[in-house]
Design a protein. Structure first.
Length: 271
């Protein structure tokens, strides 16, 4: 309980100082970068497999200008575990991709050492992947309507993770993984809470599917049989102004023990 309380307090502080990151499309975002996307067959409202210039402009629209430091932040809570994640830095890479580095500190309240190990490893898997995360993403599909009431984004990603004992892992040995996959996000605005409130609550759905290759320690931490496996998850939630609440409500995998394992709740500060 103390560990979870510390995580929540840390996150509340993080909201105020570092609450920035992609979490749906906001009508207060300037769309001047989108207007620059005028490639063959492209439009500001629909982009498919953008080239380097179009991808660079789309990334500026999604994440803001230049490099972002101490950006995206959030907390996830499972039945026996919790974690705080902060993106240390992120920015455009070769104009076509976005490169980001993040760190996560996790904790578990399970009763036994083996349960602690598996609960913590699963928490990392469904959250960001590890306590140190390097991610490269390419936004291959983008759509929005004129009023931003319906928005769709799909990204291809390449990710490397490392669990370092110095950052609180339950095992003393280093564990790492690499993955490649695709993310699909859609949100839709609902009715505003009042006539004076211009921001409507947004309902969102997010799916994530990846092929993962881990070290032997990574496999042992998760309690699975094969270090090469398929894993996917379905997430749904709400976005309102500077707050995003989400729930991982289903998981699927080539490893049976990772299928519909546990519900993970998340909360993230944005701006």
């Amino acid at each position: 309980m103390k560990a979870r309380l510390l995580i929540i307090i840390t996150l509340l502080f993080t909201f105020q100082i570092f609450g920035q990151g992609f979490s749906g499309f906001r009508t207060d975002k300037g769309d001047s970068d989108l207007q620059k996307i005028i490639g063959a067959g492209q439009s500001p409202n629909f982009v498919l497999f953008p080239d380097d210039n179009d991808s660079s402009n789309l990334l500026k629209f999604l994440y803001g200008e230049g490099n972002n430091f101490l950006g995206q932040a959030g907390v996830t809570l499972g039945s026996n575990s919790g974690a705080v994640y902060t993106e240390v830095g992120g920015g455009s890479f070769l104009k076509l991709f976005r490169l980001s580095l993040g760190v996560m500190v996790s904790n578990t309240n399970a009763d036994t050492t083996e349960e602690e190990q598996i609960a913590e490893a699963y928490q990392k898997l469904v959250s960001y992947g590890g306590n140190t995360v390097l991610n490269i993403e390419y936004p291959w599909l983008f759509y929005k309507n004129d009023d931003y009431n319906l928005n769709i984004l799909s990204r291809l990603f390449l990710k490397g993770t490392a669990d370092l004992p110095a950052m609180g892992s339950k095992t003393e040995d280093w564990a790492g993984s690499g993955s490649i996959g695709m993310n699909f996000y859609v949100d839709a605005a609902t009715i505003p809470l009042s006539s004076a409130d211009k921001d409507a609550i947004k309902i969102f759905f997010d799916s994530n599917t990846s092929c993962i290759i881990g070290t032997d320690v990574y496999k042992a931490n998760l309690g699975i049989k094969d270090s090469k496996f398929l894993f996917g998850q379905l997430t749904a939630g709400l976005v309102y102004k500077s707050l995003k609440v989400s729930f991982v409500f289903a998981t699927f995998s080539s490893e049976q023990t990772l299928r519909n394992n546990k519900t993970i709740a998340g909360i993230q500060g944005i701006k």
